[in-house]
Design a protein around this ligand. Structure first.
Ligand code: SAM
Length: 390
């Protein structure tokens, strides 16, 4: 993660603009004085820089929840703030020098709005969830030029490695998304995907709610797959295999193909490691036989006017509220010069959305952008509106 280790923080007078970077407002954690968020805009993209004391070091870094896909924008914002506020930088991993020319040329990295606003209109789509080193994804894209491959990953170094390969191999049928695949599934149109690969997902033995495979993931997979399309789970974890099998088999009608220790065209880095350790590898392939209804998501993310006082908002910090099929957790509160901001996770338990909610006077807004327009988020939004105004 890009960061600057600084001697002491100095506040700029906000709003402040320099060379295309704008700093808009500060948000201060109401329980920890040493945590300040700085609202930042670079090339129309809004995100927070985060000031935080970490093991006796004062660090200025990027806020994980709002970080933009482009590391360059974060570098630019960090260096601009440090220069303009005359911060004494003791050490840093942020460089101004040589940009990665492969990443410069890349247009394959898309944000979630790209897919939400207008899903690519192509004949054939295949998706790989958690592509890691990308060996399998790159191999598939190279060998099937008429299929659009969408690779979804949340690990930034893996994404950059694959973007570099897309540029080197000049692939024009591969898009990459830095997002939680479980949420992404909800906005894919119905019956357009021919293959979904979930290879060696993190087993999350202690936190099963974080697993990619769940009943709702399979429901979405059945909806987005064409008739005859497949969802391929490949895992070395006997536990994950048993857990997933149980979920698949609970569907009243489903076609599964199960194999043990069978080789596929290309072996991933993980797979090579497990094979050296002589671990068993399990494949569960679901063949879709449903023709699903078109995706139809009704509703919006508007709020009623805020009627209460700020003390009520502050008292929500740390509170979890549940509703049927989901929850809202108010992680922490921040004070703004003219309002209150809540860091919130909301939605369904197995694919929550994390975002900020800003209240200024009567106005309530999400920051920096609206939640993804999915059924579970719309349900959670309706409930949030009631909690804030109830
Ligand atoms: C164990 S690795 C396997 C990587 C690759 N498929 C392979 O076979 O080598 C699992 C990958 O899934 C990614 N991942 C985990 N949860 C995810 C999610 N909800 N959405 C997208 N990617 C996810 C992780 O970042 C990690 O890179």
């Amino acid at each position: 993660m890009p960061h600057l280790h600084i001697e002491k923080f100095n506040k700029l007078e906000l709003p402040y603009e320099k060379d295309g970077v704008s700093f808009n407002f500060f948000a201060k954690n109401t329980k920890h004085d040493d945590e300040i968020l700085i609202s930042t805009t670079v090339e129309d993209e809004d995100f927070f820089l985060l000031l935080k004391d970490d093991e006796n070091k004062t660090l200025l870094k990027t806020d994980k929840l709002t970080r933009p896909a482009s590391t360059q924008k974060v570098h630019n914002a960090l260096l601009t703030y440090a220069k303009e506020a005359k911060l004494n930088v003791l050490s840093s991993n942020v460089h101004t020098a040589a940009k990665n020319i492969h990443l410069e040329k890349i247009t394959a990295l898309k944000n979630i709005e790209y897919f939400a606003d207008n899903f690519p209109d192509v004949e054939d789509v295949a998706i790989e969830v958690g592509f890691g080193s990308g060996r399998h994804l790159l191999h598939q894209a190279k060998n099937n030029p008429n299929t659009l491959y969408i690779g979804i990953e949340i690990h930034r170094p893996s994404i950059e490695q694959v973007l570099k390969q897309i540029s080197i191999q000049e692939l024009d049928n591969l898009l990459v998304l830095d997002y939680d695949a479980r949420l992404f599934m909800e906005l894919i149109p119905s019956n357009i995907v021919s293959q979904i690969f979930v290879h060696f997902p993190v087993p999350w033995d202690k936190k099963p709610h974080r697993r990619v495979i769940s009943t709702s993931f399979i429901e979405e997979a059945r909806r987005v797959l064409k008739v005859g399309g497949t969802l391929e789970l490949r895992t070395d974890s006997e536990n994950y295999y048993a857990y997933s099998y149980e979920i698949f088999i609970n569907f009243p009608k489903i076609t599964l193909n199960i194999r043990k220790n069978s080789d596929i065209e290309i072996s991933s880095k993980y797979e090579d490691r497990w094979k050296r350790m002589e671990k068993n590898i399990y494949d569960v392939t679901m063949i879709n036989d449903l023709d699903s209804k078109a995706l139809n998501i009704e509703g919006d993310f508007s709020f009623n006017e805020y009627k209460d006082d700020y003390d009520k908002l502050l008292s929500l910090s740390g509170v979890t509220k549940r509703f049927e099929g989901g929850f809202i957790h108010f992680e922490r509160a921040y004070s703004l010069e003219d309002g209150i901001m809540l860091r919130t996770s909301m939605g369904s338990f197995d694919r929550p959305e994390h975002l900020y909610v800003v209240v200024r006077g009567k106005d309530i807004n999400y920051y920096p952008s609206m939640p993804l327009k999915s059924k579970s988020n719309l349900r959670a939004h309706k409930f949030l509106n009631e909690v804030l105004n109830g």
